[in-house]
Design a protein around this ligand. Structure first.
Ligand SMILES: [Zn+2]
Length: 221
């Protein structure tokens, strides 16, 4: 089986640990991560640059300018992990930082990796302000929203859903929108997750389909 981990972090470069994983999308959570990722030079690690909503207290002025510059200089760099989390403080600041980063992704036309916990209503409000045609590929990571949210996202956006467990909602998600991720957890064995998804979808080709889905994100098309 050939799998690309659609969401990990620097503490777990999953392709080095699991033989079925051939590449790892590695999401930054803060600016220190950006520097590590920029110096990594590993062709099996696909970096995304962003500031995670859990780590806004250490945010430095000018982060948006520096993020723009990284994207300008690295044509395959993606944006993430960015988002909103209802259970974390300072939603106004979270929204402000999310919008700044989303607009940078729009400007540079890069895939975006989204962390959203209990805040899809707010994200829909934000997305409404943009033309659907200008929004980039978005990946809803560790998705655990409702079927209604799935339907609204699929109807309106170039959205993918990545999973680190074989959730039942997968039944309601089209095959060509599904990705798998470790989320940097070493106990999440992606070949097992893919097998379980193949069972849920009753489709023995899911491993190939998930791989091709991830390649579409990486190729930005
Ligand atoms: Zn993450």
């Amino acid at each position: 089986m050939k799998i690309i981990d659609a969401h990990s972090h620097l503490e777990y470069i999953s392709y080095k640990a699991q033989p079925d994983i051939v590449g790892t999308i590695c999401c930054a959570t803060n600016e220190n991560d950006w520097n590590v990722l920029l110096n990594m030079n590993d062709k099996n690690v696909f970096p995304a640059f962003g500031i995670h909503p859990w780590f806004l207290e250490n945010i430095n002025d000018g982060f948006d300018v520096r993020l723009s510059k990284i994207l300008e200089q690295n044509k395959s760099a993606m944006v993430g992990e960015i988002g909103l989390d209802k259970y974390k403080p300072n939603m106004d600041k979270q929204i402000e930082v999310f919008i700044k980063q989303l607009e940078i992704a729009i400007k540079h036309k890069r895939p975006v990796f989204i962390h959203c916990v209990g805040a899809w209503d707010k994200i829909f409000q934000i997305l409404k302000k943009y033309k659907k045609s200008e929004l980039p590929i978005m990946v809803a990571h560790a998705f655990n929203g409702s079927i209604e949210i799935v339907e609204n996202l699929i109807a309106g956006y170039n959205i993918m859903f990545s999973f680190n467990r074989a959730d039942n909602i997968i039944k309601n998600i089209p095959d060509d929108r599904i990705l798998v991720e470790t989320d940097a957890k070493s106990n999440v064995v992606l070949s097992d997750i893919v097998d379980k998804i193949a069972d849920i979808k009753n489709n023995e080709n899911m491993a190939d389909i998930i791989y091709q889905n991830t390649m579409r994100v990486l190729n930005n098309d």
